[in-house]
Design a protein around this ligand. Structure first.
Ligand SMILES: [Zn+2]
Length: 99
């Protein structure tokens, strides 16, 4: 049996299956329901700070995935959201005075 991802308890029971036929578990201590090895998992603030530093060092996304162990899809979404949140710098051609 896996341990509870929320409280770390091993008071875990089988609780049916999700639609992909993966077994679903329920924690008897905190009542959290979960599947083993979920695709999505929360990324800590510390990890995001580290990822930001790696991005500034121009480490490739594939490199960050290997070093940090986040999913490539999560990292792509994170980078997209990060750049979408930044103000766009308009590239306006400078008009030269004809004098
Ligand atoms: Zn629990």
């Amino acid at each position: 049996m896996p341990i509870c991802p929320r409280c770390g308890s091993d008071h875990v029971i089988k609780n049916g299956h999700i639609h992909t036929a993966k077994p679903k578990f329920a924690c008897k201590d905190c009542r959290r329901q979960f599947v083993e090895n979920p695709v999505w998992k929360p990324i800590s603030a510390e990890t995001k700070v580290l990822i930001n530093k790696l991005l500034l060092e121009r480490v490739s996304l594939a490199g960050i995935v290997r070093v940090i162990g986040v999913s490539a899809q999560w990292l792509q979404d994170y980078v997209n959201a990060k750049y979408a949140a930044q103000p766009q710098v308009a590239d306006i051609p400078v008009q030269k005075n004809a004098s």
